[in-house]
Design a protein around this ligand. Sequence first.
Ligand code: FES
Ligand SMILES: [Fe+2]
Length: 361
Amino acid sequence: MTRFKYVRNSWYVAGFSHEFGKGKLQRHEIAREPVVIWRTDSGRVVAFDNRCVHKRMPLSEGKLLEDGSLQCSYHGLRYNDQGRCVAIPSQPDGAIPARARLKAFPVIEQDGLVWIWPGEAEKADKVRPPRTPEITDDSWESIGSEPMRIAANYLLLIENLLDISHFYPLHDGNIGDLANSRIPVELIEGEQDGSRFVKTIREARDYKQPPFLADWFVYDIVDRHHSHCLTGPGLTRVEMRVAPPGKLGSDADRGYILFHTHTPIDEKSHVWRWCVNCKADHMSKGDPSKSAAKRVAEMFPAVVEEDRWALEKQQEMFAYPDENYTELYLKPDKATRLARRLLLSLERQDLEPKRAPAAVD
Ligand code: FES
Ligand SMILES: [Fe+2]
């Protein structure tokens, strides 16, 4: 593993929109920033440094009052939804110092996801979070996972997602097999909405679907289009389309769009969420009473557990000194090398000289 820690100047998913009910304080840690997040009465999601300006009490332990202000649980300093301190109970007649305000983190709520920028706020304007329109489109059924805390650097998950040669043996017998690991890969790099991306495309003909895929996507033998797109460091979009041989691109298409969000907590852990999207009228073959999306959502966690196990075991081994080791690169590792290069270059950009922080009003 490289010395990569995490990229700070990037959009990361803090959760699905539905996770942010009004009046509920949430404690997060994103790229080593302690963050308190809540949805205001007007429906806007706001995010601030989770440390009270007074004695560093976590504000997520406080409460939201009727007037919408956040009261610290220790000495009661109150903050409005701009992060400005508006009351100090122990000195009701005193002036409130101008510096009694919280650092605000840029937030964008888009396509059913809440994104946060843990880095320097003034750099956030140049980049938009990647789009995930299927999550809020009624012609798709969309089911998201709970947040999973993974004891591994998020680059390990990104590499896992872009390199499906691990489907054998790690996922052998559910979504993978050896033939899958040998499908040639095409690579595309580019930029969208200010974010660089790395995309892999794998095309297969007359491919025998492994058991889970035949259960979800009906056919036994298929032509398949399978792509994985890492956009910025925060999201990987997986697209799988299958159809009987010669029918790909017709009404016979089945498959899914799978979003994986990977949000670093620190250099050794991250939060992983997945979200499966299937056409709303597609039913599964394994249980014809269930939609394809519901069937994937109930079976996919077994696959995810295999990945979690591998990522955490892999991370454990990085604790040992390993000076004489040089990574052995195989042909299918091309995409993971590009992804790693992308993340390392973004991490280097984090270290470029900072400008003065933007005022928040
Ligand atoms: S620590 Fe928050 S009011 Fe004192
Ligand atoms: Fe996997």
